[in-house]
Structures are given as C-alpha cells and as structure tokens.
Design a protein around this ligand. Structure first.
Ligand code: IPE
Ligand code: IPE
Ligand code: MG
Length: 251
C-alpha cells in the first residue's frame, strides 16, 4: 500500500507542505458545453466527472478537507431548466457516490441553506452525511445553496440570539466566536483557493474564511481540469511564502 506521502513524492510534491484544506470554485461548465454546441447541463455532467478525479487526487495526497462550490445562493437566478438539471445531478451523484465515499474513507458534509433545496436533494445529501460521519481520511464539504454573505448573516443571527438570552456578552464576540458560528466550525480556513475558467473574483464564496488563503486561478474550464492541473496548483502553492502580515525575513 502506498501512503499519501509516497504518492505526493511520486507526483513531485513536498509531502510536508500539502495544503490541509483546499477550496475550489468549479467554474466554466457552461463555456465548456457552449464550445461544443451542447446544453449547459451537459457541461455540468462533465464537471461531475472532474469532481470525482479531484476528490480521488486530494485523498491520494493527504489533503484533509476539500470544499467544492457546487451551487451558489445566486445560481437560483439561472434558467429553470438548468437549475432543475443541477439539482437532479446533485441528488443522483449523492446516491451514486456513497459506496466510493465509504471505500475512500471520505466524510461528506454540506454547507449552505439545505432546507431551501428540493426534498430529494436534501434526503440524498442527508443520507450520505449520516452514513459517512465516522469516515476520517478526508472531509468533502459541498457548498450547496451557499452564499458567503448569508453564512455571515446566519452566524450573526446565532450570535445575537446568544446575546439576547444572556449567554454571551457583546464584548466577548471575537474572531473565534464568529468562526465557531459559521457553517463549518470544524474545518480550518482554506490554505488554497483554486478557481477554474479564469474569472478574477470570489463570487460570494467563503468570504470570512479566505482572509489569508492563497489564490490560484487557471484559464482551464472545470470539465477540462485534470489530476495534473491539481498537482500543478499544489506545486505552485508550495512555492509561495505565506507571510500573514509579517515581513519575508520573519517567516
Ligand atoms: C460553474 O460553471 C457551475 C455552476 C455555477 C453550477 P458555470 O455554469 O458557471 O460555467 P460558465 O461560467 O457559464 O462557463
Ligand atoms: C460561482 O460560479 C458558483 C459556483 C461555481 C457554484 P458562477 O459562475 O456562479 O460565478 P459568477 O456569476 O461568474 O461570478
Ligand atoms: Mg460561471
């Protein structure tokens, strides 16, 4: 059996500097489909196959958490047919992938307002979350019906409720309290944010958590993104100097 460290080395990566948490804005499915004269949904279906590739690679190299931007709170504004197709795809994928998640030891969690999703999507995601909850090789966090501002709004509402009940003093609200009230208090902030398809914006993703995240953008469209591209992204990350406000000499 090859260990993650051995696989990382074989891929030319430093096993001691694998990002613990990688977040990805999986963009470009629509453009990929358009280039081929296909429906936008065909692009999302192809994008699903890239998800499988990247999850496998992340597990291989010992990444501990992978957050995938799957559907944003703004994506409801797309044509009804596309939204319905994406929802169907998420529900189907959740059902189909359960066996592989178990085999890989991947725990599935979801961030976003789940209660607003169609019931079959909620059910299939809830089933995977329940069944995979003991898995500890990697956490796969799907951001579905996710908005970074909404996440902060939801956290503020939780915190305000604690204050109203007298369980928390306003002056005790700090970075830690806010982080603990976000959707995924159990995850560290992402070390690296990958965005495919070239747009230089964050599109309401993880606004709080990416304060010091290393950003890596590729022109490649998500359906074209490969294991080698993922390795290239991590390799570039490993060349960066993370300063967190300090000088280069200090770090
Ligand atoms: C990202 O691909 C997937 C989702 C937003 C669900 P897009 O569908 O945004 O692809 P482009 O940006 O139109 O190419
Ligand atoms: C971000 O992509 C959302 C997901 C990848 C799920 P979008 O395609 O929605 O982002 P914008 O609209 O180009 O900013
Ligand atoms: Mg897009």
């Amino acid at each position: 059996m090859t260990t993650p460290a051995e696989k990382a080395i074989a891929a030319g990566l430093d096993p001691n500097r694998i990002p613990k948490h990688i977040a990805i804005i999986m963009d470009g499915n629509g453009r990929w489909a358009k280039e081929r004269g296909l429906s936008r949904l065909a692009g999302h279906i192809q994008g699903y196959s890239t998800v499988r590739t990247v999850v496998e690679a992340a597990v291989d190299f010992g990444v501990q958490a992978l957050t995938l931007y799957t559907f944003s709170s703004e994506n409801w504004n797309r044509p009804k047919e596309e939204v319905e197709g994406i929802m169907r795809l998420i529900a189907e994928a959740a059902r189909k992938e359960l066996d592989d998640l178990m085999k890989q030891g991947v725990r599935l969690i979801v961030s976003g307002r789940l209660s607003e999703l169609p019931e079959d999507v909620q059910d299939s995601l809830a089933c995977d979350m329940e069944r995979t909850r003991q898995n500890s090789v990697m956490t796969l966090n799907l951001a579905v019906n996710y908005g970074g501002r909404r996440e902060i709004v939801d956290a503020v509402q939780n915190i305000a409720a604690l204050v109203a009940k007298g369980e928390l003093a306003p002056e005790d609200i700090d970075d830690k309290v806010i982080a603990e009230n976000l959707y995924t208090p159990q995850l560290p902030d992402p070390d690296m944010l990958i965005r495919t398809a070239g747009e230089l914006r964050v599109s309401n993703f993880l606004l709080w958590q990416i304060a010091y995240t290393e950003i890596w953008v590729t022109q490649d469209l998500w359906p074209d993104f490969t294991r080698d591209d993922f390795i290239r992204a991590i390799s570039d990350y490993q060349k960066r100097i993370r300063k967190f406000g300090k000088t280069a000499d200090q770090v």
